[in-house]
Design a protein around this ligand. Structure first.
Ligand code: AMP
Ligand code: MN
Ligand code: MN
Ligand code: MN
Length: 278
């Protein structure tokens, strides 16, 4: 059986393993086909490629694009993209552009609560200084002893309505899809079960995504509970979307899903890799 894991992060975004370490770990975990999907960033791909060749793992070039859809932040994964495509690279650079200013504002908000030095602390934890994410703030807050783990920190801070949340305007859905398509890739809605939108709005999103040329949806992901899997399998069928699998791995021992440790897709799903020449 071929093991697929089509969503994970390296130090090029908010993961803690370098692209090399990540690919080696995936291989050790038995993954055969891995997509590295850093947030708004492709700089880890070349290093990942070299190690993938060495260990005999099939690497799919991917990216996870931050999108603003109405008042909701969404993540759209692009798979099988050309990591050197100028349209995609330019778009991603623009999406990264606002992050440092946002991070300063997050730091300023936390300082008002008496948590000083958060911007500097998060920045020090981010290897890619263009990509300071909420994950880096979360790790800083845990180190400071303000919260005990990732789950706890994102319950009290950094999310809508809580201190340290700063609204941000990312790419539009159509921009993200245009960039992915320009780079020859296919677009996949990441971890649909995580968005705080009702059933009707989810249908609206999937209809719009499909109309813009979106190809797939993550049915099996590290953030879905077992009972969410059939819900998104049904939606995939209803909207004629292909199904993807991804752990969304960020770091060993951080509470997220390990690489390659996922169930298979429900029988009725058409896998996103069905048309790939692997
Ligand atoms: P950003 O792109 O800076 O808004 O950061 C988003 C990242 O924060 C996500 O990709 C996750 O890695 C992390 N994150 C967001 N919410 C949670 C959560 N509830 N638990 C763990 N990590 C989270
Ligand atoms: Mn992340
Ligand atoms: Mn995501
Ligand atoms: Mn992710």
């Amino acid at each position: 059986m071929t093991i697929y894991d089509l969503h994970c992060h390296s130090t090029a975004s908010d993961g803690v393993l370098s692209p090399s370490e990540l690919v080696r770990r995936a291989s050790e975990m038995g993954v055969h086909v891995l997509a590295l999907t850093d947030h708004d960033e492709l700089s880890g791909q070349a290093e990942a490629d070299a190690v993938a060749k060495e260990v005999g793992l099939r690497l799919i070039h991917g990216v996870e694009i931050s999108v603003t859809w109405g008042n909701v932040t969404l993540h759209v994964v692009g798979l099988n993209v050309d990591p050197y495509d100028p349209v995609l690279l330019h778009g991603l650079a623009r999406n990264r552009g606002g992050r440092t200013e946002r991070a300063r504002r997050i730091g300023a908000e936390l300082a008002r609560l008496g948590i000083v030095g958060a911007f500097e602390g998060a920045s020090a934890l981010a290897e890619n200084k263009e990509l300071i994410s909420r994950t880096h703030f979360a790790r800083f807050l845990i180190q400071r002893g303000v919260a005990k783990n990732m789950k706890a920190v994102f319950k009290k801070f950094l999310v809508k309505g809580k201190p340290g949340y700063v609204a941000h305007e990312w790419a539009s859905l159509s921009e993200a899809l245009n960039w992915i398509q320009a780079a020859g890739g296919v677009a996949v809605i990441a971890h649909p079960g995580r968005y705080q939108i009702g059933r009707e709005k989810m249908r609206l999103l999937l209809g719009e995504f499909r109309a813009l040329g979106g190809a797939g949806i993550e049915v099996v992901t590290g953030s879905h509970t077992p009972d969410q899997v059939p819900i998104y399998a049904d939606l995939a069928l209803e909207f004629d979307l292909l199904a993807s699998i991804g752990s969304d791995f960020h770091a060993p021992g951080e509470g997220g899903r390990e690489l390659g440790r996922l169930t298979g897709l429900p029988e009725r799903c058409k896998p996103i890799w069905q048309a790939w020449n692997l």
